[in-house]
Ligand binder design. Sequence first.
Ligand code: HEC
Length: 192
Amino acid sequence: MKEPIDREIAELARDDDALCDGIHQDDNPVPLWFNVGFYGLIVVGLVYMVYYTTSGWSSAGMYEAQVAAAEARAEAVRASLPTSNPYRGDAIAIQEGSEVFTTICAACHKPDGSGLVGPSLVDSYWKYGDDDEALYASVAEGRPEGMPPWGTQLGSEKVWKVLAYLETLPKSDQPGVGAPDYDAASAGVAGS
Ligand code: HEC
């Protein structure tokens, strides 16, 4: 038991070292990288505080500016979208539209449009409306009771083209085979 006490006394004799509870502690200089980082951050903080309080810049203001810019862009896009069918009566576009209808829509609406899983598109009743904007929304964005959205896959041009084709189909007020019973619904709408 003699040796540890000797070592303790020897440690205490070294005035540049500290000893506490038998733990020997060196007194190394703070490394340069730490000081550079530490004081550097204080400087950055001060510069930031001065800049933030005097320049009028703020992250909230930056956010608002970005939102305003995005809204302006969205408004420009909205304004540039056609609200009526640009391909109405255009023979080439109608031809392209008929191809889209045959490959995609006919499976549910029947090749003559009289309805199968989806409702008839050649009768006079339109659940969601038959103005150009409503028809465009039905096809591009889909409708809740089983009409998938086609806007992404087809792009707006082809949506308008298929609608231009739709207008050329012979009208029929016969309910399509298997088509949902829209008669009851249409009576309700007509009454409202
Ligand atoms: C997977 C089957 C399916 C396909 C494919 C499909 N539809 Fe439909 N469509 C439906 C169903 C079901 C409805 C009824 C949705 C509802 O009532 O909410 C509907 C509704 C519609 C309506 C609204 C009818 C109304 O009365 O307002 C239009 C217009 C329409 N489809 C056009 C198209 C066109 C054009 C295509 C091809 C690009 C297409 N559909 C492809 C199933 C389909």
